[in-house]
Ligand binder design. Structure first.
Ligand SMILES: [Ca+2]
Length: 132
């Protein structure tokens, strides 16, 4: 798949979404990952529907990657998307996740489910640039 003229450099338009995505080929902690996306005029990926999530994850090789979901309260009480600050309308947590109050940042696992992990850990990350 090639990029769209409307996408930032190195971002890929994903049919079935309204967005362009960038999966990093390097690792950073969650905060650094978000900062990288913001500098590109994007943000970490926000999935507003299961359809969007399925389309986006299907466009990239499976990999562990940060997404734009974090627990702003702790104790698994404050999961909010970045950009919208909405509570997720749907989730794809792996069985027994989210698991720990010390793990306040969410990632896609290579099998397609989500895990909460310590925000200071280093993973690849998925940015999203919303077209409209
Ligand atoms: Ca976990």
């Amino acid at each position: 798949m090639t990029g769209s003229a409307e996408c930032p450099a190195n971002f890929t338009y994903v049919p079935g979404t309204h967005s362009c995505y960038f999966l990093s080929d390097f690792q950073a902690d969650w905060t650094e990952s978000r900062a990288w996306c913001l500098r590109a005029g994007a943000d970490l990926a926000v999935f507003e529907s299961n359809n969007e999530y399925v389309a986006a994850k299907g466009a990239f090789d499976p990999i562990d990657a940060w997404i734009g979901l974090r627990d702003i309260i702790g104790n698994n009480n404050g999961w909010k998307w970045v950009r919208t600050e909405n509570t997720p309308l749907f989730t794809a947590w792996k069985r027994r996740e989210p698991s720990s109050t010390r793990e306040r940042c969410a990632m896609i696992l290579s099998r397609g489910t989500w895990n909460d992990a310590r925000c200071k850990f280093q993973y690849n990350f998925l940015c999203e640039y919303q077209l409209y």
